[in-house]
Design a protein around this ligand. Structure first.
Ligand SMILES: [Zn+2]
Length: 112
């Protein structure tokens, strides 16, 4: 399971069994913030502190998908403002010509 530090900056990948059903006091291994995670807030249920140091990282596949979403959004936005952009800065014409060439290249490769 993924738990978020109270500081909001760090996420940790923790075994569900380490937290248990009654909750556990945990401590961020980076900013040292302590809090009770899961279960009831009653302090009698709180087990010993687990120092969270195993930082959760976004999987590479997610990063690649996010990257393509950004690239697609930027290309779509540039297409949307194509004529305004070329009027304001004619140098952008080179970008659109290059983009068309790349698309035609990709189509040619796919048709082989
Ligand atoms: Zn923290």
């Amino acid at each position: 399971m993924i738990i978020n530090c109270r500081c909001g900056k760090y996420q940790f990948d923790v075994k569900k069994s380490d937290i248990g059903t009654s909750g556990r006091e945990v401590q961020c291994g980076i900013c040292n913030e302590k809090w009770v995670h899961g279960g009831s807030v009653s302090s009698s249920n709180v087990k010993k502190i687990t120092n969270l140091t195993q930082k959760y990282r976004t999987p590479l596949t997610h990063k690649i998908i996010i990257f393509f979403i950004y690239v697609t959004a930027i290309i779509g936005f540039l297409d949307l403002i194509k004529y305004k952009l070329i009027t304001a800065a004619p140098i952008f014409q080179d970008y659109y010509i290059a983009k068309e060439k790349i698309i035609l290249e990709i189509i040619a490769i796919l048709q082989q």
